[in-house]
Design a protein around this ligand. Structure first.
Ligand code: FPP
Length: 236
């Protein structure tokens, strides 16, 4: 394990909380409670492994279709974790950044998110990116809308539109693209996650349900990543 090449940016679709709970005859929300503990542990594991950016998909634009009860449980968890993450981020020198359209969340959660970002801004060991009310197409739509407004106002011209310029209008501006994407629970879909940013990433699908994810599983994903030869479309 010592000479493992550690990917700079690992993105995770945390899936399987509901099934984990169902297997134990527990309400779905208990799967999310357990899933949050695993998020906390994974932040520490990733920082110790030397990962520089860890991005997790916590709540998608589609998740609003879930039951009222489940959404309210998730909101309670966000409420609690925006505070708890202040401590975890301080202990691990981690900067926290949120992507997604946060204004749809209750005001106190938005305030918690803003406080978490501003308090941790100076931390340098790892950046922990949390996608909340995030959908990649929505992110691109919002970004393009801002770009067109800038064009209308003369701040940018059509000739200047490069891939880098487009990236700079996305929520992930300034964050390098993920090297490795992990999705748990056996599903093999992108579910509207980082469509632009994952263009050249390696994908690792694990059968483990998110609440059962562990450092061993993270290392296994990195080992598989190490065995792959990355291709960027250039000569083989
Ligand atoms: C997918 O499992 C998981 C979610 C929709 C929510 C994930 C959120 C967390 C783990 C909380 C994140 C918290 C912080 C602080 C970042 P599922 O419910 O779709 O599971 P299923 O496919 O088995 O039904």
């Amino acid at each position: 394990m010592d000479d493992l090449r550690i990917p700079a940016h690992v993105a995770i679709i945390m899936d399987g909380n509901g099934r984990w709970a169902k297997k134990r005859n527990l309400p779905r929300k208990m799967g999310h409670v357990e899933g949050c503990k695993v998020v906390e542990q994974t932040v520490e594991d990733a920082a110790r492994l030397g990962i520089q950016y860890l991005t997790v998909y916590a709540f998608s634009t589609e998740n609003w279709k879930r039951s009222k009860d489940e959404i309210s449980a998730l909101m309670q968890l966000f409420r609690y974790y925006t505070k708890r993450l202040l401590k975890i981020a301080a202990e691990n020198n981690v900067r926290v950044r949120m992507i997604g359209e946060r204004s749809r969340f209750p005001e106190d959660i938005v305030k918690g998110i803003n406080a978490l970002e501003s308090t941790t801004r100076g931390n340098t060991r790892m950046t922990f990116v949390i996608a909340v009310n995030y959908g990649s197409r929505d992110e691109i739509r919002r970004g393009m809308s801002r770009m067109m407004a800038d064009c209308r106002d003369g701040r940018v011209s059509p000739e200047e539109v490069t891939e880098e310029l487009i990236s700079s209008y996305l929520d992930t501006a300034g964050i390098p693209d993920p090297d490795l994407l992990i999705r748990t629970s056996g599903e093999e879909r992108l579910s509207n996650f980082l469509l632009w940013q994952l263009a050249y990433s390696e994908f690792y699908f694990s059968d483990v349900l998110w609440p059962d994810f562990s450092k061993e599983e993270l290392v296994k994903a990195i080992e598989v990543y190490n065995k792959r030869e990355r291709r960027f479309g250039d000569a083989k």
